[in-house]
Design a protein around this ligand. Structure first.
Ligand code: HEM
Length: 280
């Protein structure tokens, strides 16, 4: 009887220990993970993750900007830098210079954020800066990054390996290009297998350009009137031109109802240098 009760006590101790261990494990698994939007923004991480919103806002300076005093114009660079610093834990801000290369814009922002509302807050506050008050928005594009749909290891192993076989080796890119893309209803009504075939024919001619073109894709269907925002950085605009010609002649191109229009070409500079260039 006593032996039984000792055994019982032993069994209940063991059971208690198992429950305690399981509770600890559950607790550690279920412990609240910091939400992505509470992590400090790290450029290399946010630019490679899915589920990141991208907001592109193209601005044209008003003629009144030239009437702002030279000192105030030059102070704008520090004002914008301070705004970027203030929001650095919420959004990644890139600013590009298009003046001299585009008709309808002088500069544009690319804001990457885990939470779209944080990008909105940044852009709203930018409109209150001296330069923001003296600029009109020409265009805004909103999209979100996603994992690959088609050229995955499972669905297209050879091309997926091809994508991983080369990386950008050129000098630091000096140019940025943004091309909005919309596809037809016919495209969206193809079967997945047909679209996969078309995307394979898209990928084949692009592989040689991995060494001189960096790219990033944002999905925009339902968030904007386009389906994709394509973003590129390169130092070799002739290679980029050849890449676009190669893609113009694959059958997938027949499904584009918008390809650019506008294409935005600019130079990659620090935000301060963009504002300084616009203040001269
Ligand atoms: C180095 C150059 C490029 C490479 C390696 C490349 C590769 C790819 C790959 C692999 C995909 C499929 C993504 C997936 O599986 O979901 C894709 C999608 C796409 N690419 Fe490219 N691409 C390049 C340049 C371009 C250019 C210049 C454009 C022109 C605007 C473009 C427009 C697009 C679009 C819109 C999609 C999404 C299509 C869809 O999901 O229906 N790409 N690209």
């Amino acid at each position: 009887m006593q032996r039984l009760s000792i055994r019982n006590r032993y069994a209940s101790l063991v059971a208690g220990a198992i429950i305690a261990i399981m509770t600890m494990q559950t607790a550690s698994v279920a412990a609240p993970q910091p939400a992505a939007d509470t992590l400090p923004i790290e450029r290399s991480r946010i630019l490679t993750q899915p589920g990141v919103f991208g907001v592109f806002t193209m601005f044209k300076l008003r003629p009144e900007w030239n009437k702002v005093s030279a000192t105030e114009r030059m102070n704008s660079a520090a004002e914008v830098a301070a705004l970027i610093e203030k929001h650095k834990d919420n959004v990644l801000v890139d600013l590009y210079l298009t003046r001299g290369l585009e008709t309808n814009s002088d500069f544009f922002f690319r804001i990457n954020a885990y939470d779209l509302a944080q990008a909105q807050t940044f852009m709203r506050e930018f409109r209150s800066t001296t330069i923001g008050k003296n600029a009109d928005i020409f265009d805004t594009l909103v999209g979100v990054t996603k994992p690959l749909n088609y050229i995955t290891k499972a669905k297209s192993p050879e091309l997926n390996a091809g994508l991983g076989s080369a990386t950008y080796t050129g000098d630091a890119p000096r140019y940025v290009i943004v091309i909005p893309v919309k596809k037809s209803a016919e495209w969206w009504n193809l079967s997945f297998e047909q679209r996969l075939k078309e995307m394979e024919s898209h990928t084949v001619p692009t592989l040689p350009y991995l060494v001189n073109v960096k790219r990033k894709l944002y999905h925009a269907t339902g968030l904007d009137d386009i389906d994709f925002i394509t973003y590129f950085e390169t130092n070799d605009l002739i290679a980029f031109n050849n890449l676009l010609i190669a893609l113009a002649s694959v059958p997938e191109n027949k499904y584009h109802v918008r390809w650019g229009n506008p294409t935005t070409l600019g130079t990659i500079l620090s935000p301060e240098n963009v504002i300084k260039a616009l203040s001269e």
